[in-house]
Design a protein around this ligand. Structure first.
Ligand code: ADP
Length: 399
């Protein structure tokens, strides 16, 4: 079966086409700058001779319908999808499934209505996903569409972890609780870790760290998420590229009174001007290391605050779990940044985490262990692959 995975944003749609025969990726790409005067489509695929091909075109993409039509045309022209009838399913990444969607769900009109009802909880993401879902269903009415939710993996959290210490009506009437995000990534690396450990996921206790532009930590007991660092929105928790993560909520009242900032300005401040960017003016961790190496104190501080917060969460999740089989690093920073990994684990020997400096510095690809052989907790680096996980979950849902 060929499965197309779509990640529809407000101004872009990313795609990957998988074959369920061997889970190879047949094609990938994106349409970008939807709605802007100058759009772009980029595509990569493997041709019939096994050679890798690439094509980038500039063209205006006024809306999601044009974008998806272009994606299907590119898949057709490159020969990877000769007929839309060849497509077994389309998987859609959906950020927010609220408390409703515990698992991947075949999309029908009713499901669309429920995703729509989640829009207030994810105003930037869910409307864009819905645009992609509606167009895909219109263009391929005979192909089943399946929604895979970022929040679903975390719905196993106990209420002691997901409730805020706020009046009950805010939860009951306004759905104010912790949901967590990056669930597909945490689930994928947890499965990979279980395979590496050689035991069923349902017997594994893990701490998974997804460290990219967005960053989150998850505590997994017996294969289930029991706590995660993101909350009602992806703003809570770890320090991120441009998001503050945890802070004293009273800062908002203070800034409102002292600087007269309104809600929009505060939202912009915390989501787009804070985190690493706020601390040192740059949000790309590679560049921050370059600056720190040249003596930039702000960059050094940014790395320090990022790692301090990370260590706190690792310690907290060790306390929650009691026994930890493995700590897993993933995401652009988690997979590539040996310095952050070393700093995050520094001083955690008493918690059973002994990093091997040479293994940590190795630039090997794929799943690798970076702890010493005698480390009670295994420290693993596992490249994430959310699109592949979505494709697999779609397949499991349909067969
Ligand atoms: P997203 O959350 O947008 O998917 P990624 O997972 O690609 O983001 O992670 C982006 C982050 O990873 C950026 O801060 C980038 O600087 C960082 N990163 C990527 N490669 C490296 C590297 N070799 N060393 C340190 N940081 C890296």
């Amino acid at each position: 079966m060929k499965i197309l995975v779509l990640n529809s944003g407000s101004s872009s749609v990313k795609y990957q086409l998988f074959s369920s025969r061997d889970w190879s990726c047949l094609a990938a790409g994106a349409v970008m700058r939807i709605g802007e005067p100058a759009g772009q489509i980029s595509a990569r695929w493997t041709d019939a001779g096994g050679d890798h091909q690439r094509r980038d075109d500039d063209l205006a993409i006024p809306d999601h319908r044009t974008g998806l039509t272009q994606i299907f045309a590119t898949l057709h022209d490159s020969g990877v999808l000769t007929d839309l009838g060849d497509l077994g399913a389309i998987g859609h990444r959906v950020v927010h499934g609220g408390e409703v969607f515990h698992c991947p769900t075949i999309i029908d009109d009713e499901v669309i209505e429920v995703i729509e009802a989640m829009v207030p909880l994810a105003p930037l993401h869910n409307p864009a996903h819905l645009a992609g879902i509606r167009v895909a269903r219109a263009l391929c009415p005979d192909v089943p569409s399946v929604a895979v939710f970022d929040t679903a993996f975390h719905l196993t959290m106990p209420r002691t972890a997901y409730r805020y210490a706020l009046p009950e009506y805010l939860y009951k009437e306004h759905r104010v609780r912790r949901y967590g995000f990056h669930g597909t990534s945490h689930h994928y690396v947890a499965k990979q870790a279980a395979t590496w450990l050689g035991k069923p996921l349902l017997q594994c206790n893990l701490i998974t760290l997804h460290l990219g532009n967005g960053a989150s930590a998850t505590a997994i007991r017996n294969g289930h998420s029991v706590d995660t660092s993101m909350g009602l929105t992806p703003l809570e928790g770890l320090v991120m590229g441009t998001r503050s993560g945890d802070l004293d909520p009273a800062i908002l009242f203070y800034l409102s009174k002292q600087l007269g900032l309104d809600l929009e300005a505060l939202d912009d401040l915390l989501n787009r001007r804070s985190g690493l960017l706020g601390l040192c003016g740059v949000n790309d961790m590679r560049e921050i290391h370059r600056l720190a190496d040249h003596g930039d104190d702000g960059a050094e501080l940014a790395i320090g605050v990022f790692c301090h917060r990370l260590t706190k969460y690792i310690g907290a999740y060790c306390a929650l779990l009691g026994r930890v089989d493995a700590l897993v690093f993933t995401g652009g920073i988690g997979e590539n940044d040996a310095d952050v990994r070393a700093r995050a684990c520094a001083g955690l020997e008493n918690l059973g985490m002994r990093i091997d400096p040479a293994a940590n510095r190795s630039e090997a690809d794929g799943t690798r262990v970076i702890s010493t052989p005698d480390s009670p907790v295994k420290l693993l680096v596992i490249p994430t692959n959310e699109e592949l996980e979505i494709a697999r979950q779609v397949h499991e849902t349909l067969i």
